[in-house]
Design a protein around this ligand. Structure first.
Ligand SMILES: NC(=O)c1ccc[n+]([C@@H]2O[C@H](COP(=O)([O-])OP(=O)(O)OC[C@H]3O[C@@H](n4cnc5c(N)ncnc54)[C@H](O)[C@@H]3O)[C@@H](O)[C@H]2O)c1
Length: 334
């Protein structure tokens, strides 16, 4: 059993707490949060205990930590946990600044620490099956990968102000999916965006609607379509057109019932948001982390993957503000 402490008992921390506590490979040994009430609520629910961060780091029985606190705490907490010899699962993103990320990863390397980043969509059963089918070679070379990712409604403006902007906060998942599915590195990025959903987002200097195009050395193109609003739930679809056919992963719906009458065809909406849509993915993600730490095997979503997704988001932002296509120089960037 992997004795695990949870740092941050908010929205995503509650998902991780449930998965740590229910997985036979792990134990939710302790919880900490700067709002102590959040930690106590979760500790009571899962018969865990509340400790301070220092107590967690000093406790040699605790082998792993899950960092699910606010983004601006991630890189500091990763460094502290690495120095304390813990295996680390950290929510995306590592930081909002790639230079800070590289300093953090240097310390992780020096400490020989294990670090996995929480790009949960890699563990979605449909998306990972689509990737496996493509990588089997049965569909030939990829030509165009279309990733649609739209939230049901914009987050509060207070969240937008500290989010790092649409690309670093939201598109970062889709940028990671592009590398994950095609299993190669992009060579260039261009972007267009506007603020047409929520004027308050524009007042913060951010955008709510975006198209990102990635080019890969193989010639494959990726188109990412993002929005902060839909009228029909969380829109999460992938379509890969390849030389020998097409692979599609459709939305997961609230119900599988389809009603057909002389008036037409009716089916349920997409599941509401990430807490509904990606529950199986978070569970599989945690299982992968626990197994990899206990068996001392590689993570399928590494610290380098986390760093690359952030660099892609930063360069997409540069492409947007300059209106110029940007080229990745991976040796120089990382
Ligand atoms: N992978 C995903 O699908 C996904 C989904 C949601 C959020 N996230 C990421 O998870 C992180 C948390 O997001 P959230 O929506 O759960 O936020 P949240 O505000 O609901 O929860 C954050 C919690 O962390 C606590 N906290 C803040 N600083 C802390 C510190 N120094 N030590 C201990 N606790 C601290 C807060 O008190 C709060 O309880 C963010 O980085 C976000 O990007 C990832």
């Amino acid at each position: 059993m992997l004795k695990t402490a949870l740092i941050g008992a908010g929205r995503i921390g509650q998902v991780h707490a449930a998965n740590i506590a229910s997985n036979p490979l792990s134990e939710l040994t302790a919880i900490t949060d700067i709002f102590i009430g959040n930690a106590h609520k979760l500790a009571d629910k899962y018969q865990s205990k509340v400790l301070t961060l220092d107590e967690i780091l000093a406790d040699k029985n605790i082998e792993a930590v899950v960092i699910a606190s606010a983004t601006d705490t991630h890189s500091d907490l990763i460094e502290q946990a690495a120095r304390a010899g813990k295996a680390i699962f950290c929510e995306k993103p590592i930081d909002l600044d790639s230079k800070r990320v590289m300093r953090c990863l240097k310390i992780v390397k020096e400490c020989n620490a294990k670090l996995m980043i929480g790009f949960n969509r890699r563990f979605d059963p449909d998306f990972s099956a689509l990737q496996q089918r493509y990588l089997s070679g049965a569909f030939g070379a990829a030509e165009v990968l279309q990733i649609t990712s739209r939230d049901p409604s914009p987050p509060p403006v207070e969240y937008i102000k500290v989010s790092g902007g649409l690309f670093r906060d939201m598109s970062i998942h889709d940028l990671d999916m592009a590398r994950f599915i095609l299993n190669e590195e992009p060579i260039a990025v261009s972007a267009s965006a506007s603020c047409i959903v929520e004027p308050a987002i524009g007042k913060c200097g951010d955008v709510d609607t975006a198209l990102i195009t990635l080019e890969f050395a193989s010639g494959a193109l990726v188109s990412i379509s993002n929005s902060r609003r839909t009228t029909y739930g969380y829109d999460q679809r992938i379509e890969l057109h390849a030389a020998k056919g097409m692979l599609q992963a459709d939305n997961v719906r609230e119900s599988n019932i389809i009603e057909t009458t002389d008036a037409g065809v009716n089916s349920a909406k997409a599941e509401y948001f990430f807490l509904e849509r990606y529950m199986p993915a978070y569970d599989a993600e945690w299982n992968h982390f626990s197994e990899s730490v206990l068996n001392n095997t590689e993570f399928s979503c590494t610290a380098q993957d986390g760093a690359k997704a952030l660099v892609m988001a930063e360069l997409a932002h540069t492409a947007l503000i300059t209106g110029q296509k940007q080229y990745f120089d991976w040796d120089k960037l990382l």
